[in-house]
Design a binder for this molecule. Structure first.
Ligand SMILES: [Fe+2]
Ligand SMILES: [Fe+2]
Length: 203
């Protein structure tokens, strides 16, 4: 199927905002597919970093971090399967749009900065979801598990980013990068937020 934009729901290609005939379960499957896509793309960033940071402490943390992100992708996949669905292909999701705007990060400090921003977005998406009144118990359990992990991910990656920037004699660069990436993240997320909120409201 020639997907260029939007989603493939029930064999039919649609834009994100097009919810014709979708059941609450269909909407849940779309939201969980967004989360799954973000986790998998997050894991891909870590695969990049694991080739750069060769010290033993980083290798240990990155291995656990990578295991967490792939487990998160699996938890969302299993949740989708439990609902009787299959993961939707997300060709134009958050990370894809973010990547298009940011371009290819130059050097390890920028890759780590991108990871920080992506982790922050994951955490805030999950927390906003968990704060909704109509979340079923199984989903709430997955949200709890993934949010707990995102907290330590964020803290060690940002610490490492600042440490390397300091070592390279450009501590200010870390702030500049984070400021720039966070601004782009807000702009990009803005393009998805209304649709996500609507899907969540009626899921
Ligand atoms: Fe994650
Ligand atoms: Fe994470």
């Amino acid at each position: 199927m020639g997907l260029t934009n939007g989603l493939n729901v029930g064999g039919e290609e649609r834009g994100y905002g097009d919810r014709r005939g979708m059941t609450p379960v269909d909407k849940q499957i779309i939201i969980f597919s967004f989360y799954r896509d973000a986790e998998l793309r997050g894991a891909r960033l870590l695969f990049n970093i694991i080739n750069h940071l060769k010290d033993s402490d980083s290798q240990l943390k990155l291995s656990r971090h990578l295991a967490d992100e792939t487990r998160h992708a699996w938890l969302w996949t299993r949740r989708i399967a439990d609902l009787g669905g299959t993961p939707e292909f997300v060709p134009d999701g958050y990370q894809r749009r973010l990547g298009t705007r940011i371009g290819v990060p130059k050097g390890i400090v920028e890759i780590l900065g991108l990871t920080v921003v992506v982790e922050e977005r994951a955490q805030s998406r999950y927390m906003a979801h968990a704060a909704l009144p109509n979340v079923d118990e199984e989903t709430r359990e997955v949200l709890k598990l993934v949010t707990e992990d995102e907290t330590w991910h964020l803290s060690w990656i940002e610490k490492k980013m600042r440490e390397i920037a300091r070592e390279e004699g450009c501590a200010d660069k870390a702030d500049e990068i984070l400021e720039r990436y966070r601004r782009i993240d807000r702009e990009v997320y803005e393009t998805l937020a209304a649709d996500e909120a609507e899907l969540l409201r009626s899921a």
